[in-house]
Structures are given as structure tokens and as C-alpha cells.
Design a protein around this ligand. Structure first.
Ligand code: SAM
Length: 663
């Protein structure tokens, strides 16, 4: 069911308020008047769309914004007496009646006048008088008026109407002989016989037919008019038409649908939660295709670098690092220790088996959190290649030792207890290591990339944990900038033809400039940085769902639970996709201009991370975004299921014993 009162609020906020109408009385009146009561039966669901709609006798109910603009131009106030010419549905008169003392409205079509009158009666709006007749002659008995609003366009501002204005009164009228474009005029009576005129720009109205308007049957006035309206198509229907249904994940045509992105340097694949099986399966299927057929060799994900490095060794059949701790032990373990991801890792290992190391696909982590894993990896590396340098590094990283297990307390300690900042030491260590690239990399280029990236991570993480204490956008921005820098280093290391696929949450991948996070909180993300750096060579693809289950915790560090995902919010993009009734699809947001145009205007989008709080869903998980600006394409699964975390029961059942998680 369409929630009309919510749609009305949204119309006022988005179509009217955001276009610059600030007058509170007008906005409030539009929030009060039920526009759905003024459209013809069957059109209620379109009542709050951003355009005019057809009514009886070939006439129109004007676009909400135009109604607001004309009333604002007329400068109406409490106590005013206002005349409207062109009652039509009666909607504009109803809105004005909520502000002024009395509205007189004239309509030439008796049928329209009659139904408008019935609507006013039904709604109890008693300060409106309706008359059938030629409004160009005005309503002399009730004159003078504080304002006159003409809702149809004539050859000029009718003299009778100008004369019925009080001094200081305003006449708002569209004029001009082009059926497709007229000018909106504001005529102010400045004295007994003086008037001033302002032009408010181009508009398109039905013709004003009458003694001081266009003659009835006039070719110019009526040939191309009234406006012809194609039957409006609802947004969900437009989505259904543009949607490309998705087959099973294992069907070859699933991947083929994404061939359109094969020529990009970076393809970023999002997810609307960190615990949904379909999102992993879809990203795996797309990645398989891009790697197998289109030369992508970098798979970089929202996971910690040292943990992902263990997977990389596994998929390339390299020895695990000496003394390495099993990866992905930190909260939230299900994000990578799940059956869908395990299957993807097996596929990568199998794919790489027959390839030379230079042609293999590598698996990398872009994230910043596992500082202690990175420290261990740098020390292990230096122990092997340069024991002397390892000694110095141990001393430098020693500064961070007290915080390694609980780095989130580091910032607070530095600030409140006057502990030493470790910034200088970790930066020096990173610089030293990078300065010796030529010397070290001669021994093993892959290991050097790993060590240098770990050293970079430690330097970024030191800063991250230090500033995290203050909260705010800075730590988020540092994290996403680090992720982007890591991606760039990977692309550089892979050479000019290298191509990468990124897996991260929609909040990292959808261009932040078109979401609340960018607009309100000044946050950026990896998707935005990729667009700014790679332009059209980056494809940003979001994934979404309507309902089902999700693996998530209730609090940070809490147990994983399988939670029910609430049906998507009535004002969300997700609800539009759900209403399309296509269960799973790819929506290319660059293909259908008309659809893109209609989707541009901001709506809610749901973001579920590792924590899901359905009780406070609207506040905790929804944000305002413009979907077609945020993403290049959207992948939809109407009903989704939680990931299955890896447990002991999976040992030997499809997950080989050698699997790194078992180490
Ligand atoms: N304000 C209306 C509403 O909110 O639904 C929209 C009005 S519609 C754009 C213009 C109306 O002006 C039509 O219903 C048309 O029949 C009427 N009209 C045209 N010439 C007229 C005239 N000389 N006198 C009165 N009404 C006229």
C-alpha cells in the first residue's frame, strides 16, 4: 500500500522545498491538502509525482511545484482575498484557502467547477467560492483582490483582472502564443493606474479561453493543446522494463551480463550487508567471469591486508608464512569465514593452478584494522632479508606494543595519559623499508609488496587509531583513503594493463558525494576516489535486497545471529525494486535516460553492516542517497538469506584440510 501522507511530506520536501520554495505557510498548506483527492480516480498513486496530471475535459492539475511557485509569487497572506482563474481540479484553490481568508475561483467547464465544489465540501473547506464562467472578466462584485492567480495562459495579462487588483495587489499569469512555452508574469498594481511587471521564466500551461484570452476554437490555442499526456508509467513498472533478470549463479549467462564492464580498469562490487549469501555468490560469479575472460588479476576486498595475504598464499599454492596466525579471527569472523567465500577461494586456487605466477589472480585486503598482524609480517620479512633492519624495526614498533591487542584504546591513552605518540617511529620504519625497495625486491618482488604494504598499513593504522578517539569523518576518510591508496599500489605493481575487482560494502563503493555521508558528514569513500581518479574506467555496482535473513550481531564484538531483515521502507529505492516484482535482476543505470531521470531524486537506501538493529532500523540503517549517481548499476535480490559461517562440520566437506582457515 502506498503511504500517501508520507508521499505528501516527501513531495513538499523534495519537489517543492528543494527547488527553493521557502514560504512556511505554503509548505504547511501543501502538507495538509490531500492531493490524491484532486486527481481522477485511478491516478491516486501518481498524485505526488513531480508533474502535471490529466483531469476531465482535457485539462490538467498543475505540477505541485508550479502551484507553490505561483502562490509564492502572489505573495498571499492571512486575511487576503484572492481570485483564481482556472479552478481545474480545485487543488491550487484548496492550498490557498489554507493560508488566506477567502478564495474566489472561476472555471469555464461546468463539470470541473462542480466536482471541485464537491471536493471542497467533502474536505470542509468553507472559505472557497466556485463559479462557472469566463474568468478573464474577473469577479467584479468581489473585487478588489489582494492577489489574482491565473492557471491558464493567455495572449497577455487580461485588463479586467489588472483593474480588479487592489493597490499593492499582485496578478500572476502565464502569457505567450507559443503552445509549448510561455512566460510566467507577475504584475503588481503600484498605483491607481500604474503597474510594474516581472518575468519569472518559461512555463507550459493549457490555454486561457475567453473574452480577454484566446477565442474558443482558436487554431493556435487549441490545435496542439490541451497537452497530450501519455498514460503515466509507474516507477516500479519502468524498473521492471529496464531490469535484466539474473539466472542462477552458476549459469554462464550470469557472468555474461557483466561483460559490459569488462573494459574498465576497476570494477567495484558492493553489498547492502556484511552477512548475505546472495551478495557473496553474485560477486563471486561476476569475478569469475572477469578473471577468466577479461584479464582481471587483482581481487581486492574489504578485509585486513595480512589476513588476505594468507589467502593469497593459499590460492597461489605458496607456503604459509612462518608463525602466521590463522586469518580472520577478529570480529566479525563470518564476514570471510563463511561457506560462500570458502567456495570462491577454492575456485581461485583451482583457476591459478594452471597459470604462471605472473598470470595468476591475486587476493588482497584493503583494510586497516589488523595492525598486530602487519607488524608480525614486517618483522618476519626483515628477519629473513635484513636481520639488522629487523632489530631497528622491532624497537620502533615496540612503541605500539601496549596497544597491539586493543588498538582502539591507543588514541585515548595518547591524549589523556600523555603516552608517547608512535607516529614518528612507524613513519620512519615505513620510509626506510620503501627506500630499500630495489635491494629487497631483488630477492622476491611478491614478498616485498606484501611487506611494504604492511608497513604502510601500520603507519596508517597508527594515525587511524589515534584520531578514531575523536570520532567524526576524519577516521572514516583516512580508512577509505588508505583502501584507495592500497588499490592504487596494487594496480601500479601489476603494470599499466592491470585490472582490479573490489569487494566492499555499498557504503564504501557507492560514490559518497551523492549520499548523506558525503553531503552531510563530509565523508568520502573508495568509490568516489576511484571515479575521481579513473573516471569512466571505474564501474561502481551496488547490491541490494528487500527482505529475508542476514548474519549480523546486535553489538560490536557480539555473537553472530541470524536476523530477519525487515521489509524495505516505503520511501526507499529498495521498495521500488521490490514493487517491480522482478525477483533478481541487473539494472544498468546508464542505459535508460528516462528511468535514470526519474530515479535521480533522493530517496532512502538501507545499509546493514556487521551490526543490524531492526528495532531502530530507520534511524540506524537508512540514509538519503541518489542511486543513479551513487552507482553505475544495481544488482537486486528480492529475498536473501544469511551466510553460513564455517564450523567444524565443514572440515572435509568441500573445504579441504589445507584450507588456510584450518591452519
Ligand atoms: N489550478 C488548477 C488545479 O490546481 O487543478 C489547474 C488549472 S488548469 C492548468 C487550467 C484551467 O483553466 C482549466 O481547467 C481550464 O478549463 C481553465 N480555464 C481556461 N480558460 C479559462 C477561463 N477563461 N475562465 C475560467 N477557466 C478557464
Amino acid at each position: 500500500m502506498l503511504d500517501l501522507s508520507r508521499a505528501r511530506d516527501r513531495m513538499v520536501k523534495v519537489h517543492v522545498g528543494r527547488r527553493g520554495i521557502r514560504n512556511r505557510e505554503i509548505l504547511q498548506a501543501m502538507r495538509e491538502v490531500p492531493r490524491e483527492d484532486f486527481v481522477d480516480p485511478g491516478f491516486e498513486e501518481f498524485a505526488y509525482e513531480d508533474g502535471p496530471l490529466p483531469i476531465a475535459d482535457g485539462q490538467t492539475i498543475s505540477q505541485p511545484y508550479i502551484v507553490a511557485l505561483m502562490i509564492e509569487m502572489a505573495d498571499v497572506k492571512a486575511g487576503d482575498h484572492v481570485l483564481e482563474v482556472g479552478t481545474g481540479s480545485g487543488y491550487a484553490a484548496a492550498v490557498m484557502s489554507r493560508i488566506v481568508e477567502h478564495v474566489y475561483t472561476i472555471e469555464r467547464h461546468p463539470g470541473l467547477a462542480k466536482s471541485a465544489k464537491q471536493r471542497f465540501e467533502k474536505l470542509g473547506y468553507r472559505n472557497i467560492e466556485v463559479r462557472t464562467g469566463d474568468g478573464t472578466k474577473g469577479w467584479p462584485e468581489a473585487a478588489p483582490f489582494d492577489a489574482i492567480v491565473v492557471a491558464a495562459s493567455g495572449p497577455g495579462a487580461p485588463l479586467a483582472l489588472q483593474e480588479q487588483l487592489d493597490v499593492g495587489g499582485v496578478l500572476v499569469v502565464p502569457v505567450g502564443d507559443d503552445p509549448d512555452l510561455q512566460r510566467l508574469l507577475k504584475v503588481t498594481r503600484t498605483g491607481a493606474s500604474t503597474y510594474s511587471e516581472e518575468d519569472y521564466g518559461g512555463v507550459r500551461f493549457v490555454p486561457l479561453i475567453g473574452e480577454q484570452g484566446w477565442p474558443e476554437g482558436d487554431k493556435l490555442a487549441e490545435a496542439d493543446r490541451p497537452l497530450r499526456h501519455p498514460p503515466p508509467v509507474s516507477l516500479p513498472d519502468m524498473i521492471a522494463r529496464a531490469a535484466e533478470p539474473l539466472p542462477d549463479f552458476d549459469h554462464p549467462t550470469f557472468g555474461e551480463l557483466f561483460d559490459r564492464f569488462a573494459d574498465r580498469r576497476v570494477v567495484l562490487l558492493g553489498e547492502a550487508s556484511h552477512g548475505t549469501s546472495e551478495f557473496y555468490k553474485a560477486r563471486a560469479a561476476i569475478t569469475r567471469r572477469l578473471v577468466e575472460r577479461h584479464g582481471f588479476t587483482i581481487v581486492a576486498v574489504e578485509a585486513d591486508w595480512p589476513d588476505a595475504a594468507a589467502i593469497d598464499r593459499y590460492v597461489r599454492r605458496r607456503q604459509p608464512q612462518a608463525g602466521a596466525i590463522a586469518p580472520f579471527q577478529r570480529f566479525p569472523t563470518w564476514m570471510w569465514r563463511n561457506t560462500d567465500f570458502a567456495a570462491f577461494v577454492e575456485w581461485m586456487r583451482h583457476h591459478n593452478e594452471k597459470l604462471e605466477p605472473s598470470g595468476q589472480a591475486g587476493f588482497y585486503g584493503l583494510d586497516i584494522y589488523n595492525m598486530s598482524g602487519s607488524i608480525a609480517a614486517v618483522l618476519d620479512y626483515l628477519d629473513r632479508v635484513d636481520p639488522q633492519a629487523a632489530k631497528v624495526a622491532r624497537e620502533r614498533y615496540g612503541c605500539l606494543t601496549p596497544w597491539q591487542n586493543e588498538p582502539s584504546t591507543y588514541g585515548r591513552a595518547v591524549l589523556t595519559a600523555g603516552y608517547q605518540k608512535c607516529e614518528k617511529a612507524v613513519l620512519e620504519q615505513c620510509r626506510d623499508l620503501l627506500a630499500r625497495q630495489l635491494e629487497y625486491a631483488r630477492q622476491d618482488g611478491v614478498d616485498f609488496l606484501d611487506a611494504s604494504q604492511n608497513a604502510r598499513l601500520i603507519a596508517a593504522a597508527e594515525r587511524y587509531y589515534r584520531i578514531m578517539y575523536y570520532g567524526g569523518a576524519e577516521s572514516w576518510n583516512l580508512r577509505d583513503t588508505h583502501m584507495f591508496d592500497t588499490l592504487e599500489h596494487l594496480l601500479d605493481a601489476g603494470g599499466p594493463n592491470s585490472k582490479a575487482i573490489v569487494w566492499a560494502h555499498n557504503s564504501h563503493i557507492g560514490d559518497a558525494r551523492y549520499t548523506e555521508m558525503g553531503v552531510v558528514r563530509d565523508e568520502l569513500n573508495i568509490g568516489q576516489l576511484c571515479r575521481q581518479r579513473f573516471g569512466d574506467e571505474a564501474a561502481l555496482i551496488g547490491l541490494g535486497t528487500h527482505s529475508g535473513t542476514v548474519a549480523a550481531a546486535s553489538d560490536w564484538d557480539g555473537e553472530m545471529e541470524v536476523k530477519q531483515v525487515r521489509a524495505s521502507h516505503a520511501d526507499s529505492y529498495e521498495r521500488l525494486c521490490h514493487d517491480s516484482r522482478v525477483p533478481r535482476f541487473l539494472l544498468d543505470l546508464r542505459r535508460d535516460d528516462a528511468l535514470r531521470e526519474r530515479l535521480l531524486e533522493r530517496r532512502l537506501e538501507r545499509f546493514i553492516g556487521v551490526i543490524y538493529r531492526p528495532e531502530t532500523e530507520l534511524r540506524s540503517h537508512y540514509a538519503d542517497v541518489s542511486l543513479p549517481r551513487q552507482f553505475d548499476a544495481f544488482v537486486w535480490f528480492d529475498k536473501t538469506a544469511a551466510v553460513m559461517p564455517l564450523g567444524p562440520e565443514h572440515a572435509g566437506t568441500g573445504v579441504p584440510d589445507t584450507y588456510p582457515f584450518g591452519l
